[in-house]
Design a protein around this ligand. Structure first.
Ligand SMILES: [Zn+2]
Length: 541
């Protein structure tokens, strides 16, 4: 016998009337957290709207004008902006001596305080080859933010071939393919290359295409620190596009910039190349940090790659040969003149020198003056080689035009990424590039509020939905029911990067609250100690 619909209705009504009589407080609250009354900038680029954001567990449960907050923790966001947590797709969080990495500093306060809730590490062709083991180590350290990784071409090449300056044999290429394949299976988001660096620089285009193709077969992208960002930047953008076009995968020019005064303005043409590639169907994009200085090791930044072949001992041996030393000095002088040196020894500032920490924060010009030596470009080249013989330093290079920074930032295919190196700095140690503390806040303060280069909504898109889409993170980067609750509450009138080149160890201000996977990680401007980050793996498409 069947139950008539009307009878069923009666039964349901009866059941619900019984429930209705129970005291309200015995019911589970609808939300664990309600972010009340903020301007929701949802990541799509659409104009903000006023709504409450209800969070249950690790996910966003509702976004509506007025949510019942009974039993929920309420975060008052009146007058504030509520946006998705920011996603940094170029973050140097890979293992580093001294522990300035995700394992050594899992609280990642420099990231949280600018609203960053996800970092993707191992850019520039670097990072561990064993992606799975590395991610397991990161997970065991209970990071405060989400962490993913690329598989780095330079690391793969180094594991198979060392630092030799030659093309791979077919057998070596196959072994590299296998390492990329394994890295992708273990969750890498794609292949990062550092064709500027040793040993990536020794790889011909064909090798990179072959390995990129493997990453593409697993749905990954290619992200490149290009072979040259100065006089040959156009050739390098063409090469990055070719890797995507011929490798059959999305490709990204990372930390796009134009280095060297003589090259300033070339971003007009680099962006045109990207537009032309996109017009013919190549999925080419860009990421960028908002500064007029770059940072890398003084060896990587100023010494020609041929002089570094075979590793440090081989390089030192070369420097002991007078004729070769002369060639290296000439090349370093040329780099200071027209490339990363910005035409002036005062534009190269040492960031960290393990063998003499007192040098941190001093420019090559200052060190020369301190030692009573004339401040000339050949003199600075001599100093650079001496520094390398002592053990090297990292450095900051002031050689980028703000016009290029702004032009690149405005391009619709550009997202924001920090290139923070070290990605998780130890507060107060050395004088690193301020981007580790300020990148995302600087875009929102200097380039949205002060210079009005971008709208707030567009800037947030470049920090959330766009990088999420690029990485295939289908459940992050947008404020929408069902998405993971990585959320930032910030004050658009006060958000600001405080870290400067002279005093970089200063946290950004203006971020009121940060949630990572639904856990309050920053509230009322204070870190809560929550460590709710997860290891993220690219899921096969
Ligand atoms: Zn780089």
């Amino acid at each position: 016998m069947s139950i008539r619909p009307t009878a069923l209705l009666v039964l349901i009504t009866a059941a619900s009337s019984i429930a209705w009589q129970w005291p309200l407080h015995s019911q589970a609250p609808a939300f664990d957290i309600v972010i009340r009354g903020g301007r929701v900038v949802d990541g799509t680029g659409s104009p903000w709207f006023t709504a409450d954001v209800g969070i249950r567990g690790d996910a966003i449960a509702a976004i509506q004008p007025r949510l019942d907050a009974t039993g929920a923790r309420v975060i008052d966001a009146a007058g504030l902006v509520v946006s998705p947590g920011f996603i940094d797709v170029h973050a140097h969080v890979e293992p580093r001596q001294g522990g300035e990495d995700m394992v050594g500093n899992p609280a990642a306060e420099n990231n949280v305080r600018q609203g960053v809730t996800t970092v993707i590490g191992s850019p520039d062709g670097g990072g561990p080859v064993g992606v799975g083991g590395y991610l397991a180590t990161v997970a065991a350290g209970r990071p405060a933010i989400n962490v993913g990784a690329f598989i780095g071409h330079g690391s793969v090449r180094s594991a198979v071939m060392g630092q030799v300056d030659r093309a791979a044999t077919p057998d070596e290429l196959e072994r590299m393919r296998e390492l990329v394949r394994t890295g992708m299976r273990e969750g890498a988001f794609g292949l990062s290359t550092g064709l500027f660096y040793v040993p990536g620089n020794y790889a011909p285009l064909e090798e990179v295409i072959e390995l990129a193709r493997v990453a593409g077969q697993f749905g990954g992208i290619h992200q490149s620190h290009m072979r040259d960002e100065a006089s040959h930047v156009l050739d390098s953008v063409r090469e990055t596009i070719a890797i995507g076009e011929r490798g059959g995968l999305p490709t990204q020019v990372t930390h796009h910039k134009v280095i060297g005064k003589v090259n300033w303005g070339t971003s007009v043409d680099t962006l045109r190349l990207i537009d032309e590639a996109r017009a013919r169907g190549v999925d080419a994009t860009i990421d960028q940090y908002p500064y007029t200085a770059s940072s890398t090791s003084i060896q990587g930044g100023l010494v020609p790659q041929w002089a570094q072949a075979g590793g440090r001992q081989a390089m030192l041996q070369r420097l002991r040969d007078e004729a070769t030393r002369g060639k290296v000095l000439a090349a370093v002088a040329s780099s200071i003149e027209t490339d990363r040196g910005g035409g002036d020894p005062g534009n190269v500032v040492l960031a960290a020198c393990a063998w003499d920490p007192s040098l941190a924060g001093k420019s090559l010009a200052q060190v020369l003056r301190d030692r009573g030596r004339p401040v000339t470009i050949p003199g600075a080249a001599e100093l650079v080689v001496e520094i390398i013989e002592k053990g090297g330093c990292s450095a900051v290079y002031h050689a980028i035009s703000e016009d290029d920074v702004v032009r690149i930032m405005k391009h619709p295919a550009t997202m924001i990424a920090s290139d923070a190196a070290p990605g998780i700095p130890t507060f107060g140690r050395n004088v690193p590039h301020p981007r580790a503390y300020g990148t995302f806040a600087r875009v929102l303060g200097r380039y949205v509020r002060e210079k009005q280069v971008l709208t707030l909504e567009e800037a947030v898109r470049k920090m959330s939905a766009f990088p999420a889409q690029r990485m295939g993170l289908g459940d992050r980067g947008l404020l929408r029911p069902g998405m993971k609750a990585d959320v930032v509450v910030l004050n658009p009138a006060t958000i600001k990067d405080m870290a400067t080149f002279d005093t970089p160890h200063q946290y950004a201000v203006g971020v009121a609250a940060v949630l990572v996977n639904g856990q309050v990680t920053l509230a009322d401007g204070a870190m809560t100690g929550a460590r709710a980050g997860r290891v993220l793996e690219r899921t096969a498409r």
